[in-house]
Design a protein around this ligand. Structure first.
Ligand code: SAM
Length: 282
């Protein structure tokens, strides 16, 4: 059996309680204790699978003493499991400090793989899965969020974000401004649960759908953005449009210059915005 003294990183369901692997249940029953992000929340899962192992709290605000306590148990020959509220620990969840510490002490860390929202969403999205970038939660502050999206504008990989219902409208609006209304996205919600939904379309289309239907702003959300197309990156502006942009950029913000030049020249606002960002980066 696996139960020698190691730290086991155990994935748990992201909604549907049946998505628990047999190995996860076995190891959770056999370890000496389970470090959980929220012990009350995890009690339900433990009850469902008749797991009686003691739970202790571990979250990102846990102080060094808590990390030291777990390391001490491992040193004493015990085995410990780490779980989060849902999905794979450390993936936008606590555990990084603990795993780093345990590894730095030369002790064993064993993953017990299972549910993870980013992988579940991507696997059923229909977007390219050969290369992707998981970006976690976009920053809460708009300026930082926009900067993150700008840095990803030319990335050709599928981009994947977690987002909360109360920020989804603002985040989608910023994505539309920066990636352009034509960029394809897949909006995945409530995976493995009763109201599991996949919406595919352009950012313009999905922004409208999410604004019109309150239900789309409920529950848990993963947003996947198709990567930039190679030809999009290389396209040059014609001379007159480029001149208009250069003049406007001396007086206005990049966003304002792109919007006004789009009206003057008929060129797509996003194309102009992208071009302006490229110039700034030169
Ligand atoms: N560790 C988890 C994992 O492996 O996916 C992620 C934890 S993170 C704190 C929570 C976020 O993950 C949610 O806000 C949502 O963006 C995403 N998420 C988790 N469960 C989900 C689900 N059932 N459907 C869609 N997104 C989900």
């Amino acid at each position: 059996m696996n139960n020698h003294n190691a730290l086991y990183i155990i994935a748990t369901p992201i909604g549907n309680l049946l998505d628990m692997t047999q190995r996860a249940v076995d190891v959770l029953k056999q370890v000496d204790c389970i470090a959980a992000e929220d012990t009350r929340h995890s009690a339900r899962l433990m009850q469902h699978y008749h797991i009686a192992t003691p739970l202790i709290a571990y979250h990102d605000h846990s102080d060094a003493t808590q990390v030291a306590r777990i390391v001490e148990k491992l040193r004493a020959g015990q085995s410990v499991a780490l779980i989060s509220d849902a999905g794979t620990p450390l993936i936008s969840d606590p555990g990084y400090r603990l795993v780093t510490k345990v590894r730095s002490e030369g002790m064993t860390v064993v993953p017990i793989p299972g549910p993870c929202a980013v992988i579940a969403a991507l696997s059923a999205s229909g977007l390219p899965c050969d290369r992707f970038s998981f970006e976690g939660f976009p920053p809460a502050k708009q300026k930082a969020r926009q900067s993150q999206f700008e840095a990803l504008l030319k990335d050709t990989r599928t981009l994947i974000f977690y987002e909360s219902p109360h920020r989804i409208t603002a985040s989608l609006a910023d994505m539309r401004d920066i990636f352009g209304g034509d960029r394809q996205i897949v909006f995945a919600r409530e995976l493995t649960k009763t109201f599991e939904t996949f919406l595919s379309g352009t950012l313009d289309e999905i922004c409208v759908k999410v604004a019109e239907d309150d239900n789309q702003r409920r529950g848990e959300i993963v947003v996947m953005v198709r990567g930039a197309q190679e030809e999009e990156k290389r396209e040059a502006l014609d001379e007159a449009t480029e001149k208009t942009m250069r003049i406007l950029m001396q007086e206005l913000s990049v966003k304002q210059a792109a919007a006004l030049a789009s009206k003057l020249t008929g060129e797509k606002k996003n194309r102009l915005y992208q071009w302006a960002l490229e110039q700034q980066g030169k």
